[in-house]
Design a protein around this ligand. Structure first.
Ligand SMILES: [Zn+2]
Length: 228
């Protein structure tokens, strides 16, 4: 799980171009296989099995630097990318960040999609789904689907802030809404490695890649998940 990419800035949510490039090269050299969310969805439904060392590279929030900096690096190494888009902020800025950053326009998202990137859902208003009612979640989700329709998204959702409702009843309600809308995988953070076929496809873990850590930290995350 990546967020921002920068030429020089490094922090918890921002990696440099050099870090991203080095991390992808290391994954390739170690024999990891890059997959798409389409392949993951298919494997979840009993389709072709995934390689034991499969990696799905995702970018949250649709920052402009996903297109300008990350996409060329992924393309160079033939790595498929997936971007999760909070649709209310297309062509705007990330209001949830302390210092709001530029987000892609519809045309820029279209360019990314034309370059083979998968487009996924990240809610409409980038609100914490744990703090919404079932009705509010359903309304937000529908707005997200409508707004992204022309980009032909893949049925994959990333919870804003990695947060999903706590109670089983609310979770099931949300999972039913996902299923009825053609969304069959959803991602949290969790910092754990997933089994090849997840017993809970709406609760898939991701490893947060941090720009303020070194390559060894990244390697340990990839092999062991939450080890610290
Ligand atoms: Zn986000």
């Amino acid at each position: 799980m990546y967020h921002r990419v920068s030429h020089a800035q490094r922090d918890a949510l921002t990696v440099t171009c050099e870090q991203l490039e080095t991390q992808l090269r290391w994954l390739l050299a170690e024999g990891f296989t890059f997959i798409t969310a389409g392949q993951l969805r298919s494997a979840q439904r009993g389709g072709p099995a995934l390689s034991p060392y499969s990696v799905l590279v995702t970018f949250d929030d649709a920052y402009v630097d996903t297109l300008s900096l990350a996409a060329p690096i992924l393309r160079q190494q033939l790595v498929p990318g997936l971007v999760f888009v909070p649709s209310a902020f297309i062509n705007g800025t990330s209001q949830w960040d302390t210092v709001p950053q530029a987000l892609m326009s519809a045309a820029q998202l279209q360019t990314l999609a034309s370059n083979g990137w998968e487009i996924g859902y990240h809610s409409h208003a980038h609100t914490n789904y744990a703090q919404l009612t079932t009705e509010q979640r359903a309304t937000d989700l529908k707005a997200n689907l409508t707004a992204l329709q022309t980009l032909h998204p893949i049925g994959a959702f990333a919870y804003p802030y990695g947060k999903r409702p706590q109670s089983t009843a609310e979770k099931n309600e949300l999972y039913r809404a996902f299923a009825s809308l053609g969304i069959d995988v959803a991602f949290r953070i969790g910092n754990r490695i997933n089994p090849l076929v997840s017993p809970q496809p709406y609760d898939i873990n991701r490893l947060g890649v941090r720009g303020d850590r070194d390559l060894n930290f990244f390697k340990r995350q990839l092999w062991w998940g939450r080890w610290w």
